[in-house]
Design a protein around this ligand. Sequence first.
Ligand code: BES
Ligand code: MN
Ligand code: MN
Length: 460
Amino acid sequence: MADLDAVLAAADANLDASLERLFELLRIPSISTDSAFDGDCRRAADWLVAELDRLGFDASRRDTQGQPMVLARGGAGSGPHVLFYGHYDVQPPDPLELWQRDPFDPAIVDTPTGKQIVARGASDDKGQLMTFVEAARAYRQVAGELPLPVTILFEGEEESGSKSLGPFLDAHLDELKADVALVCDTGMWDRETPAITTMLRGMLLDEVVVTCANRDLHSGMYGGAAMNPIRVVAKIVADLHDANGRVTVPGFYDGVEEVPADIAAQWGGLSFDAGEFLGEVGLRLPAGEAERSALEQIWSRPTCDANGIVGGYTGEGSKTVIASQASVKMSFRLVGGQDPDAIRDAFRAFVRERVPADCAVAFIAHGGNPALSLPLESPYLDAACTALADEWGKPAVLTGCGGSIPIVGDFKSTLGMDTLLIGFGLDDDRIHSPNEKYEFSSFRHGIRSWVRIIDALARM
Ligand code: BES
Ligand code: MN
Ligand code: MN
């Protein structure tokens, strides 16, 4: 085993170069959802392979039907075998005009609360995945080798549903099987308090396309007699919640569980201020189930949201038209034992009941995955908590996460592994939004945290 202080010192001594490497990765616009950027996703994958290779890992790019995977093996020793996962793809940067600088020209910006790294992907997830790579670098510099077997898996389709990942896991079970997965794609509780996320919401994506007349119609000539598909879609969306914010799809709450008492007690002690949380985005009034706290609404209760709705004329001026078609893209965040397939069926039945007999509805499935929770008795959890407390000078809190990371469910169901979700993002990092940033302090202490976690796991 290495001298931990020497590894931490090496990580700090490397910081300028670490940042320069992160900037190189941030300059590659690896937007997975838009095929115009396929070449850039491949470049990002190749960049990571080269970097891991230089670091002494046995690394390769693995092509898939979608964006390539990066797979690497390194480390040795009798400690648990860990699988580290992150994603190199990013969300599209638009609306571009709201960025204060080019989203793919990273910069350090000084603010009253410290330095920030500003670029698309700085926090989600390139800055985060590089914390692990840089920790591995420091460890190897000092000790020659990582103290436990490590497999690294970076994917390039997380932001567009991880479609290739399930088949990839199935096809490479032996290479990917490990004792525990480590994922750096979540946040801290606040800027001083580290967190381990033990509840992650699942997700279901579905699209509804309603067609009424066989062509767009003059709204004076046909208006009144012809059904309007926007009216049908609007009715569907409006019916999905009752006056108390509950979702009305029959069976939707099947499998939803109350938060276990020990977790509820932890959350109760977190002094979450709903007014502050919503205030930061210009809102005041929690919109979820009336009898639930805002923290429950984002962490432990399921949701139903329309993410986009289109139909008819949306250009300048006006046009008196009854469109032939209207559509809506829906997402559901799932918790506990909610079954994505059962909810898809129930939702589609709910929709069909609201489509008139002379109109048609088609559905486009965009994937789904169940929610996940980490067993609190996991021995890895204790080791990681201690390591985080040593770095931050405060115990780590156990949190939920309203977002989803599709693959984590498959790690459990396909590879039988639990996942430690440990990340250093902050709520105000503006992930998926203009002017995304990652705190320099998240980057530095993130690297140092992984050094300590690797060390603690190796000593188990
Ligand atoms: N890193 C996020 C998940 C996340 C969100 C963690 C908020 C912590 C706080 C991840 O990259 C993400 O955006 N996931 C998507 C998945 C979807 C595109 C299938 C999500 O949650 O919407
Ligand atoms: Mn992410
Ligand atoms: Mn994301």
